[in-house]
Design a protein around this ligand. Structure first.
Ligand code: UD1
Length: 418
């Protein structure tokens, strides 16, 4: 077990390179199973979710090797159609492989997925979608067991625009017979990135980024080299950290358009933000004013993956805020921890009512999930005194070299073994 020790109060100054998006890399790695050729993904982030996905691919028989920061997957050796319990529990995204594995082998067996404990996170939409494409599914002893004679295109209307279900259906439909239409599809930038990747492999997908995605099945897919988009959630976390601590930071390899909902809120708070090609520069030298309300929504609304961090920011702003979490029902586990640092927050159902306090004070807190953990780190950096953030394995799932990057811009943070 490891923890962070943070001496808060330093302003943040300097430049940080944004990593490749976790939520692009994971479904793209799942998609590599669709071809027998080699695929090279550039700049895969050094995060445990990606490493676990590599373990899963290796478990299927794929040959996977890092060349520096790039990952080469050779799917020609894939021979197993099963993801065992131990691995599936490490990584919720293992369920994305259902679409790819069934496409490849016509059978698939996957243990129910794990990942962040932030609510029920059902997979019913994934399964209903796959059934429409011709897959027979049964559930036995915690495993989802699938088989089909062939996959065929169909029209699928999602009850809600689930990111994972949209991606899974895209993967299964890429080589299905005929055309698949996904209606009420998720519109996240990572879905567009998956479309770009599939098309690089020879697929015929269009419409990603809108509510309707059309996939014309092709017979085979081929290898390619691919650079996924920058991580908008990591970028947002750094911007929020700088807004809380004060100072001036520059993000390189950032896509402002993909986090415009956050930039809008930060400007409303009083931060100065400048954009210059792939750079976002944030400057702040004073206590910020609260935003009145933040409501998480599917893209292009405010991302649920930045809710914990913006809640931490609102805690030390002047005035009151209401943060509403619409996507996941138990995504307020960071609130009791922030309270230990002096925050004044009351949670009622899906709403967190935040009354701004002058400052955080250092405390020992526990990371219960990935983004909540990152929010505690930003609070620790802004706090007066010393904080300890325990259970940081959650944070390692999604932030590569987090403490190195924070130290490079002036944060006083070290990782120690417990
Ligand atoms: C993805 C992201 C995650 C982000 C989330 C929402 C990845 C690897 N993870 O997760 O970081 O927080 O999008 O932006 O890309 N739902 C159902 N049935 C289903 C599937 C989902 O009811 O079969 C519900 C969920 O409970 C949730 C909502 O739909 O309330 C959104 O979930 P979804 O978009 O599927 O999130 P993930 O793909 O799991």
């Amino acid at each position: 077990m490891e923890k962070y020790i943070i001496n808060g109060g330093n302003k943040l100054y300097g430049s940080v390179e944004v990593q490749t998006a976790k939520n692009s890399v994971l479904p793209i790695l799942a998609a590599t199973v669709l071809t027998d050729d080699k695929v090279k993904i550039f700049n895969v982030p050094n995060i445990t979710d990606a490493k676990n996905m590599v373990k899963i691919l290796s478990g299927l028989g794929c040959r996977v090797a890092f060349e520096g920061n790039d990952l080469v997957v050779d799917g020609s050796f894939a021979e197993k159609d099963e993801i065992p319990r131990a691995l599936a529990h490490e990584l919720r995204s293992s369920v994305f492989l259902l679409g790819s594995i069934i496409s490849r082998f016509r059978t698939a067996k996957i243990a129910y997925p794990g990942g962040c404990d932030i609510g029920l996170r059902p997979v019913d939409l994934h399964l209903t979608g796959l059934k429409r494409l011709g897959v027979n599914i049964k559930e036995e002893n915690g495993y989802i067991i699938c088989e089909c004679d062939k996959l065929h295109g169909d029209e699928i209307m999602l009850d809600c625009p689930s990111v994972g279900a949209t991606e899974n259906i895209m993967l299964a439909a890429a080589k299905a017979e005929g055309t698949t239409l996904i209606k009420n599809a998720a519109r996240e930038p990572e879905i567009e990135d998956l479309q770009r990747f599939l098309n690089c492999m020879g697929a015929k997908v269009r419409g990603a980024g809108t509510g309707t995605i059309i996939i014309e099945g092709v017979k085979a897919l081929h290898g390619c080299d691919f650079q996924p988009i920058p991580d908008r959630i990591e970028a947002g976390t750094f911007l929020i950290a700088a807004a809380m601590c004060g100072g001036e930071i520059e993000l390189r390899n950032a896509c402002a358009e993909n986090i415009s909902s956050l930039l809008h809120k930060l400007r409303e708070n009083g931060c100065k933000i400048r954009l210059n090609n792939d750079k976002i520069i944030l400057e702040n030298h004073r206590r910020l004013t609260s935003v009145k309300s933040v409501e998480t929504q599917p893209y292009p609304g405010f991302p649920t993956d930045l809710q914990a961090q913006i809640t931490a920011l609102c805690c030390i702003c002047r005035g009151q805020s209401i943060i509403t979490e619409n996507l996941f029902e138990t995504r307020f586990k960071h609130v009791p921890e922030l309270r230990k640092m002096g925050a004044d927050i009351t949670v009622i159902n899906r709403n967190a009512f935040v009354r701004g306090v002058e400052k955080f004070t250092g405390a020992t807190v526990v990371a219960h999930d990935l983004r909540g953990g990152a929010a505690l780190v930003t609070a620790g950096l802004a706090a007066e005194g010393r904080s300890e953030v325990l259970d940081i394995s959650h944070i390692d799932r999604g932030y590569g070299s987090f403490e190195y990057k924070l130290r490079s811009i002036g944060g006083d943070i070290v990782r120690v073994s417990v």
